[in-house]
Ligand binder design. Sequence first.
Ligand code: NAD
Ligand code: DAU
Length: 349
Amino acid sequence: MTVLITGGAGFIGTNFVYYMLEKHSDYRIVCLDSLTYAGNFSSLKTAAENPRFAFYKTDITDKKAVCEVFEREKPEIVINFAAESHVDRSIENPEIFLRTNIIGTQVMMDACLKYGAKRFHQVSTDEVYGDLPLDRPDLLFTETTPIRTSSPYSASKASADLLVGAYVRTFGLPATISRCSNNYGPYQFPEKLIPLMIVNALADKPLPVYGKGLNVRDWLYVEDHCRAIDLIVHNGTVGEIYNIGGHNEMRNIDIVKLICEKLGKPESLITYVTDRKGHDMRYAIDATKIHEELGWLPETRFAEGIEKTISWYLDNNDWLQTIINGDYKDYYDKMYGESLKKAEEKLCT
Ligand code: NAD
Ligand code: DAU
């Protein structure tokens, strides 16, 4: 069995590559990734030593290059993780999000049809459902919750989902979609909340919390997401959407305070900054369908997952330094420079 994973050099893709190499000892795992700022080949260096692994530096919007990989590898299962994934960047510059997340998905699906892949799986997000109010804890996203997007990122992911549905119905593409809540764990790029707070706290830098920090996310340890996708591509029903979530709603401010506590850093590092435009208030997933149909449940409790995640960042300082000394520095200064200037000065005096 050959499984093609796009975006395998990113956060969830890397975790999935390792999960699949270990879980299916007879599978060949082929990774296709254009290595954008978020892709890091060094994350895959152990995988690259495995004869069952192959890597292609390829853009999913490049039809010719994608077809060459299919021609050569003939994948039976194709899982599309590749995406522009950061909401804040989509607010700064939506264009690349439309190209990669929508056109890239179309190119991958056309290749699946042309070369007869047995399954295409689209890794989508709970953000396609918009947000939920804080004062209605009884409300959760189900697979039938209407699409109501807030950011260019979520709109691009929702557009891709609609295209997948159209390819199933019109062309008979054997496809499935999963919509997962916020992941955390090893190899996450430090533009995202949890690694950003770990990195800044370790350097005694201000911890930028948007608005009042009351927004709620439903956190899932990345390995649980990997297990869910593996189940869907093998046992899920073609044409179906599966929600995946952690049953673990937490306010941003509580996560940041917990990270301070775990790292022995003072809460005075916390700095409230201007809120994200269009900031979604609360995400919460109802994962009943995947539980009842495929027997999936999250296995890693947050208390354990956050310990493992913090330890991973402490143990992988070289990986981290390479990232934060590269283009990330420019992004960070542009994104946070002005709003954190005063807090930085205060910490220095
Ligand atoms: P990431 O940003 O860490 O990684 C994205 C990867 O895709 C990178 O390796 C990048 O190089 C690659 N890529 C980007 N554009 C490409 C292109 N045009 N061609 C080929 N490769 C390209 O993202 P992530 O957090 O690992 O998310 C993976 C997928 O899961 C995304 O589709 C995202 O929408 C979805 N998702 C993420 C989360 C989360 O919490 N991180 C939750 C639910 C769903
Ligand atoms: O829900 C799934 C989604 O989760 C995925 O589809 C996205 O790819 C992934 O990036 C993530 O989106 P969020 O916007 O929820 O994640 P992020 O880590 O950017 O932010 C989490 C929360 O923390 C959000 O409410 C914004 C807030 N935040 C974030 C950053 C980076 C801050 O308060 N300060 C920050 O500096």
